[in-house]
Design a protein around this ligand. Structure first.
Ligand code: NDP
Length: 248
């Protein structure tokens, strides 16, 4: 690590979209700490990405552990320049079958953990008067998708929080943006789409580019938002979706 090297924290960086973001960041020379629950998967991912990647296992749904987690990163690396709130869980179930506990479980990881982690990281960014936060929402917050009520509520909250954070934090030097991925080929989308061909056809049918996106497509967008080229961009929700959100 050099003193000028930027430092990123990417939640869910051990798989799928988070791993692709971490790959783009590390290749661009950013020291990238990847967070997830599965220690073995994180270690393997960090090994794959090389010296610029460091694994840190944690369950972000344990909100009380978040302040100590952030402190651990600060003690070890000095600061956090970029936070990517990518970790998320999904659940596909009929509206009337979803229990209050299940709804809470999705909101806990997808919303409350994002809030708690952002709050703690922002406290460490404020003294530097600089920082970059990237949240990850979904097409579920752009239009209605059946059988994902809790996920939709969570991703709509993410887009609202992005705007609220951007207006409050941008004057203090911290940019806050959001990427809304379309249908991207990962384990999560495979679970939702492969067992439901009608849903898959529907998703692709309204995607002008006619194919699923690659995790690297989201990685490229995150790298752009974290770069100096995006220094006048804050509060946006950027769809990276092959046109899905405007598709017919
Ligand atoms: P994955 O399931 O591959 O990634 C989710 C990641 O989140 C995993 O690495 C997982 O790691 C981590 N995670 C989940 N819960 C926790 C937790 N409690 N604490 C720490 N880490 C956690 O799915 P994707 O890559 O597809 O999804 C990444 C993000 O992109 C999500 O926010 C998702 O909603 C969003 N998205 C994905 C789309 C797609 O088409 N794939 C479309 C739109 C949005 P571990 O299990 O080790 O904890």
């Amino acid at each position: 690590m050099t003193t000028t090297q930027r430092i990123a924290l990417v939640t869910g960086g051990g798989s799928g979209i988070g791993l692709a973001i971490a790959e783009k960041f590390t290749t661009a020379g950013i020291l990238t700490i990847i967070v997830g629950r599965d220690k073995d998967r994180l270690t393997a991912a960090a090994k794959q990405l090389g010296a610029n990647c460091q694994p840190l296992s944690a369950d972000l749904s344990d909100l009380t552990s978040i302040p100590a987690l952030v402190q651990q990163v600060i003690d070890r690396y000095g600061r956090i320049d970029i936070l990517v709130n990518n970790a998320g869980i999904n659940m596909k179930k009929e509206f009337t079958e979803v229990t209050d506990e299940e709804f809470d479980r999705i909101l806990l990881t997808n919303v409350k953990a994002v809030f708690s982690l952002s709050r703690e990281v922002v406290k460490t960014m404020l003294p530097h008067g600089a920082g970059n936060i990237i949240n990850i929402s979904s097409m579920a917050s752009r239009y209605g998708i059946p059988k994902v009520i809790a996920y939709t509520a969570s991703k709509s909250a993410i887009e609202g929080m992005t705007k609220a954070m951007a207006v409050e934090l941008s004057p203090k030097g911290i940019l806050v943006n959001c990427i809304a991925p379309g249908f991207i080929a990962t384990d999560m989308s495979a679970k939702a789409l492969n067992s439901d061909q009608e849903r898959k056809q529907k998703a692709l049918g309204r995607t002008p580019l006619g194919r699923l996106g690659e995790p690297a497509d989201i990685g490229d967008a995150a790298l752009f938002l974290a770069s100096d080229q995006a220094k006048y961009v804050t509060g946006v929700v950027l769809p990276v979706d092959g046109g899905n959100s405007i598709g017919f």
